[in-house]
Design a protein around this ligand. Sequence first.
Ligand code: HEM
Length: 236
Amino acid sequence: MAYGPDQILEGLGNSDYERYIRTPELLSLQKSPEQWLHRDELLFTVTHQTSELWLKLAVSEAYQIANFLAEDNFRMAMRLVPRILMCIEFADEGMAMLDQMTPWDYQQVRRALGHGSGFDSPGFNAIRKAIPTLGKEFHRLLNKEGVELLTIFLEHEKYADLYELAQALLEIDQSMFMWRQRHFKIVERSIGTKVSGTQGTPVEVLSKLNSFNFFPELWDIRTTITNYAIAQEGEN
Ligand code: HEM
């Protein structure tokens, strides 16, 4: 194939933009209108595919953060934290598109899904594994400093780096909580809560998962701080 002077990449597509971004492959990953059981299949597919991509990026950033922390490179690790938060936020906000689908139309789309279930989402399962690696590094750094979790909260100016990391982990945890809340409401709006999903899991199981925390110790420490303050007041 002859390339124009400004087209230098190989691959499918009419331009380097198409070849690099791989738009021919990407845009053929959705069913064509003749294949749809319902026209909302495109909305449903695009919402899920974009979510998988944002989560893929979130996972990659999470492991890079963990690697920087393992090298004690705190500044580079913290520089990447907003990326992971944005990825989760975009997956969360993108899901709102599904509010545009009526419950009856979802029932038509659902016929095309086989036993497809969010429990098998590669992006979600990978981020679920990646986030705890950040917690592992956080606790390694606490041990290395020989400092208790409570101390970094009471002396947050002295332990500014560790405090900032604790704060970042809490925000990641909270962003996943927000994702679950949004997802639960979408499920409730689409199919209700007293039924089962495409793999037969009762939706009630999801409401139990809503209260899951990756870093329970970072939430519990708030109670410890409150009780510590109350005990201190008692002493005075
Ligand atoms: C109309 C839209 C949706 C409905 C009705 C729906 C329904 C459900 C249901 C019933 C479950 C429980 C498991 C099962 O039986 O399959 C579930 C789990 C799940 N879904 Fe969805 N879902 C929707 C959209 C999405 C989107 C856009 C994503 C993004 C990738 C997603 C990802 C997940 C994940 C990751 C789980 C497992 C949750 C966890 O482990 O906490 N779902 N969904």
